[in-house]
Design a protein around this ligand. Structure first.
Ligand code: IPD
Length: 276
């Protein structure tokens, strides 16, 4: 299987999808999914249709999983894992942090990732064993320095579940990571796209990203990119180490010395655990 050829095809597809997304950004109406903060637009569906058709005609033997039309259970078969618009809320608001996220997994391991933010013309891509790049520049964008919680800039997301035990765990953990008698991290960023959060961790411009509740299509492509930079994705709950692409609770950490200690420190500040 030629992963670089697959990457090249996904880059082309991302640019075509990018035109569709750019044209409609900030001009769409939306429907609610689970609730009034879990949103979908006709463009999400149209982009996924186009991507699914193109992939089926070029790679008829590979499986497809996508946010809008094909959930299913991830198997070991070669599978494209696609979010047509990650950061749909940003897309609706015209906040320039949404992207198409095109991942490819084999044996459930993300091996190719293409993430494209069309408003900013930011193209991230990575191929297992071949490195990861941002607009042609090798990632990470800065030399990997020592990791420590007290100097960390961390992506968090509030998610669409705004009550109950998961919400309590997230908000109490955010407070504990921020507090002067807790982690006292440098700061949080909440940019509304799991894929772009992972790409920023790959770039080294964010130190970590913690989230529960997102799906394989939100993380597969970004994970493939991050893995190529020496970054790690582990399970986001204390007491569980290994994350699977579909485990829905993740802690992503950039390349750098003290990675394992950073992960342990971070987890010691989590209040409870997340369950999806
Ligand atoms: C969402 C975004 C958001 C994350 C949610 C995802 P969508 O994806 O990635 O940052 O917090 O968990 O569902 O709905 O915009 O494709």
């Amino acid at each position: 299987m030629d992963l670089e050829e697959i990457r090249d095809f996904l880059v082309q597809l991302a640019r075509t999808a990018g035109e569709m997304i750019r044209e409609k950004t900030g001009k769409v109406t939306w429907d609610d999914k689970m609730n009034s903060v879990d949103l979908v637009t006709e463009t999400d569906a149209a982009v996924e249709r186009m991507v699914k058709e193109q992939l089926a005609s070029k790679y008829p033997d590979f499986k497809f999983m996508g946010e809008e039309t094909a959930h299913g259970v991830l198997t070991a078969d070669p599978t494209f894992i696609v979010d047509p618009i990650d950061g749909t809320t940003n897309f609706i608001h015209r906040f320039p942090s949404s992207c198409i996220s095109l991942g490819f997994a084999v044996d459930k391991v993300p091996v190719v990732g293409v993430v494209y933010n069309p408003l900013l013309d930011h193209m991230y891509q990575g191929v297992q064993g071949k490195g990861a790049y941002f607009n042609g520049q090798k990632l990470p964008l800065k030399p990997p320095s020592e990791l420590s919680l007290g100097t960390a800039l961390i992506a968090i997301e509030w998610g669409s579940e705004r009550s109950g035990p998961n919400y309590t765990c997230k908000t109490q953990t955010f407070a504990n990571l921020a507090a002067s008698d807790g982690g006292m991290v440098h700061g949080f960023r909440s940019m509304g796209s799991a894929a772009l959060n992972l790409c920023s961790v790959a770039a080294g411009t964010l130190d970590a990203y913690w989230e529960g509740g997102c799906w394989a299509w939100d993380v597969c492509a970004g994970w493939a990119i991050l893995a190529e930079t020496g970054g790690a994705v582990v399970h986001g709950n204390p007491g569980t180490d290994k994350a699977a692409v579909d485990s829905r609770v993740y802690l992503a950490v950039r390349a750098g010395s003290n990675q394992q200690k950073f992960i342990a420190d971070f987890k010691s500040h989590i209040k409870g655990s997340l369950s999806y």
